[in-house]
Design a protein around this ligand. Structure first.
Ligand SMILES: [Zn+2]
Length: 534
């Protein structure tokens, strides 16, 4: 566990550039995210230190601003400063992360297990660093480091948003696998083996939706679908039968079907043979070329935001095979799919079956390439909360794969409200009109009465609203400003039409009104969406 993060200042917290104004004053830029990251790490119980070779008003500013646990200014012997920190805290090299960008940082980096550098560090530093950050110095690289290392601090607590449901995950990992491969593709070769660093894999489970997931920066090639081998004879037979059933079940012959993440088009022929008009979507450029060369329609696209649209859509169906588990932004991907579908569209969604891995203890299946480990339940929840109704779920292909079918959720038909509103306000307006201006009273200062009066636009045609609750009397109806009065303030003959809107008490109120105001008064009860003559 990392207990301390030690930072160089120039080129790490700043971009290494100095701005000098006309009076010779120097200034440097810092990213707010990095300031936040320092405070967040401290909050999590991680010690933060600054070791800089400079001794300027600016380095002293950092001391004041960050209040670091360790501060070495004008330090010409960084390894010695680190040794002091280690002696003082008792931390060993495997508990310290050092971030540097330049030549003077190299000897310190060699003393710790975790060394990181910003993207614009010198090449010697980059070759040595165990973590090469994607951001530059002074541009959020410390925040990135905190996220990538998933720094939990001595409190043993981390927090990140679940990639499926968005809930804050604060539990410690369920599995910790240090020293794992940093990716399963683009393998190192002897010439660049020194750049391949082991990767510490931590597996988490969301306490809200149950999704098992990693919290790491994705592999750089996540947008592309990489399928190792040609489709085996067994797989070919399986897809032929599966797609034929899918197409038949959902009447998809002659319909447009999208394969999201089609790779080099390995499965497009099977969907075409099943009688559909299939389009592939793929980001990998070589994949797109290959699939097009095989005569398939393929669009080069990735759903980064979910707003992307395919030219050949909308589609009546889609399928996504062993791709979802690679995608950092699940909700953007599913929004993208949704946005390219026709109403009522169906989908076939397949991911590796985590239930099988779990049942058989298949510990070698965890890898950085797979950000999620789905069960029927966690995948169903993901789909259900992203606009789909799950139709079926089953393990397939020797239980290795979880296969779900889902339908794009139909929007609710709200027209029933407009119809009822028009009917009731029409009837109410006609009644009020029939009895002439301001000869109508309501009984019941209820929210339904207030809403009905607002919908009907009757504010200047209603004499008053009667209500026996003293705290409402003397007030006005909201929006329409009709006076609310006590029953005793009115005499027979003050009004000719009474609308009773007193919910469950309406019958009782109508009876009372009949006794109090006599037989000439016309009384209607508001019952659900009807005005019923009493
Ligand atoms: Zn969740």
């Amino acid at each position: 566990m990392i207990k301390a993060v030690i930072l160089d200042i120039d080129g790490v917290l700043t971009n290494g550039k100095v701005t000098v104004d006309s009076e010779g004053r120097e200034s440097k830029a810092v990213d707010f995210k990095d300031i936040d990251a320092v405070f967040e790490m401290k909050r999590r119980g991680i010690k933060v230190g600054l070791i800089t070779g400079e001794a300027t008003p600016i380095t002293l500013f950092f001391k004041e601003r960050f209040k670091p646990d360790f501060f070495y200014n004008g330090c010409k012997d960084k390894p010695r400063a680190l040794a002091e920190i280690m002696a003082q805290t008792g931390y060993v090299g495997s508990e310290i992360c050092y971030v540097g960008d330049a030549k003077y940082d190299i000897p310190v980096m060699k003393l710790v297990k975790y060394s990181a550098c910003p993207a614009n560090a010198i090449s010697e530093v980059k070759a040595l660093a165990s973590i090469q950050l994607e951001r530059n110095g002074g541009d959020g690289c410390i925040w990135e480091l905190m996220e990538r290392l998933n720094l939990r601090g001595t409190a043993g607590v981390s927090s990140f948003a679940c990639k499926s449901c968005g809930a804050l995950c604060t539990q410690p990992p369920v599995l910790d696998y240090p020293g794992q491969p940093a990716g399963a593709q683009h393998l190192p070769v002897p010439e660049n083996a020194d750049q391949d660093k082991p990767f510490d894999l931590s597996v988490f489970q969301c306490a809200s939706c149950g999704l098992v997931q990693l919290n790491v920066a994705p592999v750089p090639y996540y947008r592309e679908v990489i399928r190792a081998a040609a489709v085996s004879a067994e797989m070919a037979a399986f897809r032929t039968e599966q797609f034929a059933e899918f197409v038949q079940k959902h009447n998809l012959v002659g319909k447009k079907v999208l394969e999201c993440g089609c790779g080099a088009g390995e499965f497009l022929p099977f969907m075409e043979q099943a009688g559909t008009v299939v389009t592939g979507m793929e980001y990998g450029e070589n994949n797109v070329k290959k699939a097009r060369a095989a005569g398939f329609q393929v669009e080069r696209l990735f759903f980064d935001t979910g707003a992307e649209r395919l030219q050949s859509g909308p589609f009546d169906a889609f399928y996504i095979l062993n791709y979802l588990e690679h995608i950092p932004d699940l909700r953007a991907c599913l929004a993208g799919i949704r946005g390219n579908l026709a109403p009522g569209a169906v989908g076939l969604i397949e991911v590796p079956n985590f239930e099988m891995l779990l049942a058989r203890g298949m510990f070698m299946e965890f890898m950085r390439d797979h950000l999620y480990y789905f069960t029927v339940k966690s995948l169903s929840l993901l789909l259900e909360t992203n606009g789909f109704d799950v139709l079926s779920a089953q393990p397939v292909f020797h239980d290795y794969v979880l296969s779900l079918q889902a339908r794009l959720r139909a929007p609710i038909d709200f027209s029933v409200f407009a119809v009822a509103q028009q009917r009731l306000t029409g009837k109410l307006n006609a009644l009020v009109e029939q009895y002439g201006g301001c000869r109508t009273a309501f009984w019941g200062a209820s929210h339904q009465a207030f809403a009905l009066l607002a919908f009907a636009g009757l504010h200047d045609k209603i004499k008053c609203i009667i209500d026996s609750a003293p705290f409402k009397q003397g007030c006005l109806s909201p929006a329409t400003h009709i006076p609310i009065v006590a029953p005793d303030s009115l005499q027979p003959g003050d009004f000719d039409l009474l609308i009773v809107a007193a919910g469950g008490y309406s019958e009782e109120v109508a009876k009372l009104a009949r006794e109090k105001f006599g037989r000439v008064l016309a009384i209607y009860i508001l019952r659900e969406n009807q005005l019923v003559n009493y």
